[in-house]
Design a binder for this molecule. Structure first.
Ligand code: TMP
Length: 237
C-alpha cells in the first residue's frame, strides 16, 4: 500500500489517497480547533495521542461487533481506513448535560439525562453546525430514513460499550459525536473517537479531561488526553 497525495484537509486531520481506491490514509495533525475553527492552536503530540486513542477505541468497538472504517495503525500519526461516502451529519449522544444543550435549554451542567439523549447536527462550520431533525435530513437528502435508523442504533450501541469501558476506568463519558459513512452498501462508523470529539470527566472529582480543557483554557490538554488513555489501558510511549 503506497500513500499518495492529500485529497482532503480537515481542521485536525488530513486524508491521503493510496494506490488502492478502497483505502485512504488518515493523518492526525497537531492542529486543534474549537468554536467552528475560530480558536486554533497546534498542541504538541496531539496527532499521535489521538491517532493511538482512536485505534484503541475502534478496536474495542470492533470486538463488540460495531464496524468502522478503521483498518490498522500505519505509524504514530497515520491510520489506514476504508474509503467511505460520508453522511454530512453529526450524531451526538449525551449521558450528562454539558456544552450546547445547557445553553439551549438552560440545563445545569452535569444533570443526568435519563435515558441518554440523541441529537443530529449538520456538519457545516459556516452555519455553525446547526441542530437538525430527521425530517430535515430526509427532505434535504442528507441521508435516508433507513440510514437514520441505523445511525441512531449504532450510536447507542457505541454508548453501551464505551460508557462501561470508561466507567471501569473511573471516568464518565458525558457526551460524544460520531460520524458515519457508506462502504459497499453498509453503514460504517467513520471519522475518529478521541477526546477531541467527546466529553470525559473524572467520575469522582468531575474534572474535565477532554477538549473542553482547550475550549475553556484550562491547561494540560494533551496530558489529560494521555491520562484518560492510560486509565483505559492505552500505551503512549
Ligand atoms: P456540543 O455540546 O457543542 O453540542 O457538543 C456535543 C459533543 O459533540 C461534544 O463532546 C463535542 C462534540 N462535537 C464535536 O466534536 N464537533 C462538533 O462539531 C459538534 C457539534 C460537537
Amino acid at each position: 500500500m503506497e500513500k499518495r497525495e492529500e485529497i482532503y484537509k480537515g481542521k485536525a486531520k488530513s486524508v491521503f489517497r493510496t494506490d488502492d481506491p478502497d483505502l485512504f490514509v488518515m493523518h492526525y495533525r497537531n492542529d486543534t480547533s474549537a468554536f467552528d475553527g475560530k480558536k486554533v492552536e497546534k498542541l504538541t503530540d496531539k496527532g499521535r495521542v489521538n491517532n493511538l486513542f482512536n485505534a484503541f477505541i475502534m478496536e474495542k468497538l470492533g470486538t463488540a461487533g460495531i464496524r468502522s472504517h478503521f483498518v490498522r495503525l500505519l505509524s504514530d500519526t497515520d491510520s489506514l481506513v476504508h474509503r467511505l461516502d460520508m453522511i454530512p451529519v453529526e450524531c451526538v449522544v449525551r449521558n450528562l448535560a454539558a456544552g450546547s444543550i445547557c445553553r439551549r435549554y438552560a440545563v445545569i451542567e452535569g444533570t443526568e439525562l435519563n435515558p441518554p439523549t440523541f441529537e443530529f447536527f449538520l456538519k457545516n462550520d459556516a452555519l455553525h453546525d446547526p441542530m437538525i431533525n430527521d425530517y430535515h435530513i430526509i427532505s434535504f437528502g442528507w441521508a435516508t430514513a433507513a440510514q437514520i435508523v441505523a445511525m441512531k442504533e449504532l450510536s447507542f450501541r457505541v454508548n453501551a460499550v464505551l460508557k462501561q469501558l470508561f466507567a471501569d476506568a473511573g471516568l464518565l463519558l458525558v457526551d460524544y459525536k460520531l460520524e458515519f459513512g457508506m462502504h459497499k452498501g453498509e453503514l460504517l462508523l467513520g471519522d475518529e473517537f478521541s477526546p477531541d470529539g467527546c466529553r470525559i470527566w473524572d467520575a469522582t472529582t468531575r474534572k474535565k479531561m477532554d477538549k473542553d480543557r482547550f475550549r475553556q483554557d484550562l491547561g494540560s490538554v494533551i496530558e489529560s488526553y494521555k491520562e484518560v488513555g492510560a486509565r483505559l489501558g492505552m500505551k503512549f510511549d
